[in-house]
Write a protein that binds this ligand. Structure first.
Ligand code: GDP
Ligand code: MG
Length: 346
């Protein structure tokens, strides 16, 4: 699923259960030979590992199989790179990419040279590899500085927002559940108030108006993912820091996905880890257009498939079904939780 999200066409999958991971190749020698034979047969040009590989394992496998090897970290980095929307998000991804690249640099320097590192930049007595490492380390430091700058800026912007006392609704959910689509549809469906300050500071925050004329700031977030590689946890959490500010969370779930329940549980677990589990929350059950033929039949789906009790709304973000009900529910939950009084009580 992740591989398809990143744009790869999957030819086949191999699962191996091992007692002990092979230090040099990750998998056993037999499997390496099997994979090599398979290459003769189907001619694949990329192998993706659904786990983290050490730089050594990755290099050894590339030598043995003579194709590009990607591990789970690289794959998710690629997805993050395509999806990251905020400036900080993009910088965080770039930082993670460089940190990933650094220990894997051996023999890769020719890429960098072509990218313009090359002639003239090499210090006295330095090999190209050392130069590249130095350039990358320097870049990593600069990125960290820049990210720190954005953080400070954001803290300032948060303080301003608090004094404005506009409630914040944050869209969370598993990757590919339809968060960005919902963000776009909601901005169009409700009165979209162009706000230069917000627009320039953070392109994924929009101000919208609820049916009761209350204004709400809507924010989009990076998708949640199961088994997030360790080196991506920091980048992922940093981009979710802003969720602290949320008055309400809209948890988008792709109900047509066969792992919908598992994905939803993953999101709930991460919310708990981020200590956000007690925020008011609406479950937004999305992609109903794939389950019923028209908006008017969403009601039938409700009576057949939901147990009731929870704050959930059925929608199709793509077809803009159920958005009015969702906006009304947001207004209701906000009034219940007293967020409309923010600013008076503070
Ligand atoms: P995100 O990763 O959660 O931001 O998900 P996106 O908004 O990028 O959507 C992921 C994919 O699901 C895209 O191909 C969307 O076109 C599709 N999608 C989103 N919402 C709907 C929906 O309501 N119905 C259908 N059929 N597809 C949807
Ligand atoms: Mg998105």
């Amino acid at each position: 699923m992740l591989a398809q999200t990143a744009g790869a066409k999957v030819e086949g999958a191999i699962i191996q259960h091992v007692q002990r991971l092979n230090h040099a190749y990750y998998m056993g020698q037999g499997k390496v030979e099997e994979l090599a034979a398979l290459r003769e047969e189907v001619g694949y040009n990329l192998v993706i590992f659904d786990d983290e590989l050490s730089p050594l394992q990755q290099r050894n496998l590339e030598d043995a199989l003579e194709v590009k090897i990607i591990d789970r970290t690289a794959l998710i980095l690629d997805i993050f790179a395509k999806r990251a929307q905020t400036r900080e998000g993009r910088l965080q991804v770039e930082l993670a990419q460089l940190e990933y690249l650094l220990p894997r640099l051996v023999g890769q320097w020719s890429h960098l040279e072509r990218l313009g590192g090359g002639i003239g930049t090499r210090g006295p007595g330095e090999s190209q590899l050392e130069t590249d490492r130095r350039i990358i380390k320097h870049k990593i430091l600069r990125l960290k500085d820049e990210i720190e700058g954005i953080r400070k800026h954001r803290a300032l912007y948060r303080r301003q927002r608090t004094t404005h006392a506009i409630p914040v609704a944050s869209i969370v959910g598993y990757t590919n559940s339809g968060k960005s689509t919902l963000m776009n549809s909601l901005s169009k469906a409700s009165v979209f108030v162009e706000d230069k300050l917000f627009a320039t500071l953070d392109p994924t925050t929009r101000k919208i108006m609820l049916p009761n004329l209350q204004e709400v700031l809507l924010t989009d977030t990076v998708g949640f993912i199961q088994k997030l590689p360790t080196m991506l946890v920091a980048a992922f959490r940093a981009t979710l820091e802003e969720l602290d500010e949320a008055d309400i969370l809209l948890h988008v779930i792709d109900i047509t996905h066969r792992n919908a329940a598992e994905q939803s549980a993953t999101v709930e677990q991460i919310l708990q880890e981020l200590k956000l589990a007690n925020k008011p929350r609406i479950e937004v059950l999305n992609k109903l257009d794939l389950a019923v033929p028209s908006e008017s039949e969403m009601g039938d789906f409700i009576s057949k498939n939901t147990t009731g009790g929870k704050d959930s709304v059925l929608i199709s973000a793509a077809k803009k079904w159920g958005l009015k009900a969702l906006l009304e529910k947001i207004a209701f939950v906000l009034s219940e939780s007293g967020s409309h009084n923010r600013g008076y009580v503070e």
